[in-house]
Design a protein around this ligand. Sequence first.
Ligand code: CAO
Length: 452
Amino acid sequence: MATPIQVLVPDIGGFKDVDVIDVLVKDGQQIEKETPLITLETEKAAMDVPAPEAGKITQVKIKAGDKVSEGSLILLLEPAAAAGAPPMPKPSAAAAPVEAKKSAPVAPSAADTGSVPAVPAAGPTAAATPSAAAAAPSAAATPRAAATIDEQAFSKAHASPSVRKFARELGADLGSVKGTGIKGRITPDDVKAYVKGLLTSARATAPATALPKVPVVDFAQFGAVEVKPLSRIQKISGARLQASWINLPHVTQHEDADITELEDARAALKSKATREGVKLTPLAFIVKACILSLQEFPRFNASLDATGENLIFKKYFNIGFAADTPNGLVVPVIANADRLNLYDIARTLAAMSEKARSGKLKATEMQGGSFTISSLGGIGGTSFTPIINAPEVAILGVSRSSQKPVYERGAFVPRLMLPLSLSYDHRVIDGAEAARFVVFLAKTLSDVKALL
Ligand code: CAO
């Protein structure tokens, strides 16, 4: 029997205490090289860790829900090659009886999802196993899953592990593949047909969709410069924002809401709220008003499906809110916000904002949003064009409220007006509907009793 090797978590871009969301193998299982072993989920990315080599799993050392970092032990593996091959010379007599195989470093990616190819790390065994070591570059170069993969749908797809692996290799969104096998099971041919279809349509549309490049300029020729890398969050959110801006036809509808009474009510409630440890900002009222508006206009709480031909109406109201953090923009999600009262919303907003700023938000706390609010009201500005948090179809931008003269019954009166900017996906929402939505929202904010 071959000596088992330790299979360790690879370099996952410096992430620590990453959630193990799925263990895909079990004790005694025979596996091929690159069989997915576990699925990890960082703040923004889900990734599979494939096997560094073929063999028999002697013991899985990890379970779903565990937290891991680079170097954590995943499992013990009796390598197939070693079982049949003569023992490899050890570089050092001090080599431990159980040798470690760590995955190759993988740079963090802006893609939503991907796989972290597992290859033997430079260690006593890896150094002495040229074939395994040589696999590193090619495995590391395995194309990552495209940013459009819906990870949840992927995991639920009716397909065998080998088909999943195949789909991962091709970057195919398994959730969108139609299965033609028994009971709709997805076969390798289905994956091939899906990819072929994508390639054909990409070829057909390529000239039309190719983006002109921004010129590359050597700024140093004009004066002193300093180069600083973008933060990881900025890289991830940048790619997502660009994808949304390019793919979704954005229109922004503006409206002012009269929040004079709302602010009076907030001022009256503020000291009680503070005593209870709640910071009652206008945003809590806005979240509440948005939920009422989304319930009235369900299309704004929907998403297009992968084909772009159907609208998925969500029956839940998970409200994301953009939070400005030292490392960049993140969007925590208040799950089932419709079930919370004003105070609970305010409490959750404050707690999640704090977590966002200290970098402690879990990946699950940024998932599942159905509508997003970007409030710059605490900072200033009069209006802006928020970018939709695709695949959502609308986002509300909120600017700073100010006293404005409003003409009422023959005279100008000072009213506290809150500027709202609703960006919407024009493929899904018509301009008239968007105008109705913001008018309804503004009216709801003016009628504070409905929000308390
Ligand atoms: N008009 C006037 N004042 C406002 C306001 C508005 N629309 N919104 C908030 N304020 C006030 C609050 O009442 C608070 O004042 P007090 O301390 O006197 O009560 C102050 O501004 C600061 O509020 P806050 O920012 O701490 O809290 P919030 O609930 O309004 O917002 C959060 C929380 C996380 C959304 C916010 O802090 C934030 O990060 N905003 C930036 C979002 C962003 O970056 N969007 C852009 C995304 S696209 O690049």
